[in-house]
Design a protein around this ligand. Sequence first.
Ligand SMILES: Nc1ncnc2c1ncn2[C@@H]1O[C@H](COP(=O)(O)OP(=O)(O)OP(=O)(O)O)[C@@H](O)[C@H]1O
Ligand SMILES: [Mg+2]
Length: 150
Amino acid sequence: MKRFLADEEATQRFAREVFAGLPEGLAGWTVLLNGELGAGKSTFARALINAAGHEGAVPSPSYTLVEPYALAVGNIYHVDLYRVSSADELRYLGWTELDDGLRLVEWPDRAPELAEEADLNLVLSYEGNSRTAELEGLSARGRTLIQQIN
Ligand SMILES: Nc1ncnc2c1ncn2[C@@H]1O[C@H](COP(=O)(O)OP(=O)(O)OP(=O)(O)O)[C@@H](O)[C@H]1O
Ligand SMILES: [Mg+2]
């Protein structure tokens, strides 16, 4: 599905819609957030984490690689792979232990193998001063979610 996102608020609204389509518990879900610098990946992640019930700040995981959120609806792991150069390095960050929650992954192209186990692939692109979102289902449940929010 494709969505025109006129402004930051539209990106935030779209993130809340995607969150609403996720099942309670969030376990085992992986959402890939693609887009060049400034495309809105963190805006989307922050809005989704807030929609899930987190009220504080949502710091960038650029340096920590993973920022975990233990929320009433389930766990969310905000992951940034910008500094990761191979799927091997994912092991050091304990990737497989993050499967009890939702993994929101910025710069997933650093480890292309992730697409095989992911549910949703979001691509954010510049369109003038606005953005366009393309959301693709990579798993059966991911495709079902897209049909529900379409
Ligand atoms: N739909 C939109 N239209 C216009 N501006 C937007 C939109 N969505 C987000 N922005 C703005 O784009 C800027 C960059 O957003 P953000 O930091 O989320 O990008 P990013 O993809 O995480 O960038 P980086 O790769 O540098 O981490 C912010 O100022 C944000 O307000
Ligand atoms: Mg960012």
